[in-house]
Design a protein around this ligand. Structure first.
Ligand SMILES: NC(=O)c1ccc[n+]([C@@H]2O[C@H](COP(=O)([O-])OP(=O)(O)OC[C@H]3O[C@@H](n4cnc5c(N)ncnc54)[C@H](OP(=O)(O)O)[C@@H]3O)[C@@H](O)[C@H]2O)c1
Length: 306
């Protein structure tokens, strides 16, 4: 495993993190094995959200920490708040603070290392968010703050009032879902790929030392599921297979290596709950794609380049 110092923090994090969204329907024993495997592979970063499995994911993880209190100090734990299932979004001070208190109880921890705002709340007042962050920080419940699915201006607006640096923006990003990369390479073209749908979030985050975490690294979309072996991504799977053969890894490993190859030091958040897939995914650390291979994969996903 490789580690990076997250800019503006004292956190030394594994290049690859484990996302805990899909553990909700597992048993405590299964989650224990997954967490142990992740730690054995050198993963020290675990991503949660209050809503994963309606709180069940955090609860199961908390059960594992009850069994293994010694794990906590080896871990960097991140959770998110702000999505209200069935109702949409709530960035009010009271809601944010209450969410964190509930997450801490479920996770069986005194603090989380990082708190992210999960999705923008159109009615969110950055002054109120900043006040919530301040209370959480001063009460030693959250060490660092970030966002997910936020545009550059949304981040700047929040940062105007927030006394703590916004250190993370967690975004959907994969070879297939590469909107933030597409627009930059197709600038000033008439094609749909040139459309700026995120306000230049990739370069904004790089300019401001905000680490981009990639979610759904092997998913085409919620509806389509994984693009690995998907019939609609035949060409991509051919190129993935050829590179997988060359590097003696799996196609998914190559897809993750594609993200690691980008100079923005993107941190992939793995969604697998399979011990085998986890082990295979981490091998991406040792795959250094050439520039040509990176572009071959990009083109094989069906996107043009000018
Ligand atoms: N911020 C946000 O809005 C947001 C949204 C969604 C997710 N997330 C975070 O991102 C994490 C990952 O998201 P995700 O689960 O959608 O992404 P993913 O890593 O693309 O996983 C999607 C599916 O692909 C399969 N898969 C994963 N790795 C594989 C491999 N190496 N080989 C074969 N199949 C593989 C998994 O099934 P198997 O279990 O069978 O391997 C999983 O069901 C979540 O756990 C969560 O922490 C954040």
């Amino acid at each position: 495993m490789e580690y990076i110092q997250l800019p503006k923090t004292d956190l030394n994090v594994s290049r690859i993190a484990l996302g805990c969204m899909r553990i909700a329907d597992k048993s405590v024993d299964e989650v224990e094995m997954l967490v142990k495997k992740a730690l054995d592979l050198g993963i020290n970063f675990f991503d949660h959200a209050d809503i994963y499995g309606g709180g069940k994911s955090e609860e199961l993880f908390g059960e594992v920490l009850k069994r293994h209190p010694e794990y906590r100090e080896k871990m960097i734990i991140q959770t998110k708040c702000g999505i209200v299932p069935g109702k949409r979004y709530d960035f009010s001070k009271e809601y944010i603070i209450n969410c964190v208190n509930e997450s801490l109880k479920r996770l069986n921890v005194d603090y989380v290392d990082i708190l992210l705002l999960h999705r923008p709340d159109a009615l969110g007042d950055p002054r109120e968010v900043a006040a919530a962050f301040q209370e959480l920080y001063e009460n030693h419940k959250v060490r660092y703050f970030g966002v997910s699915n936020h545009t550059p201006y949304q981040i700047q607006l929040l940062q105007k009032y927030c006394p703590y640096p916004i250190i993370i923006n967690q975004l959907q990003l994969s070879i297939v879902h590469s909107v933030m990369i597409d627009s930059g390479m197709n600038m000033n073209m008439k094609e749909v790929w040139a459309q700026d749908k995120d306000g230049g979030v990739l370069d904004f985050c790089r300019l401001n030392d905000i680490t981009i975490q990639a979610w759904s690294v092997v998913q085409a979309s919620w509806a389509e599921g994984s693009f690995i072996d998907h019939p609609d991504y035949k060409k991509l799977n051919e190129v993935l297979a050829a590179l997988a053969k060359e590097y003696h890894v799996t196609k998914a490993t190559i897809a993750i290596a594609w993200l690691l190859r980008h100079p923005a030091m993107i941190q992939p958040i793995l969604g697998t709950t399979s011990l085998q897939h986890l082990e295979e995914s981490v091998q991406a650390i040792d795959v250094h794609l050439t520039r040509q291979q990176w572009y071959d994969l990009y083109l094989a996903s069906g996107k043009p380049l000018p």
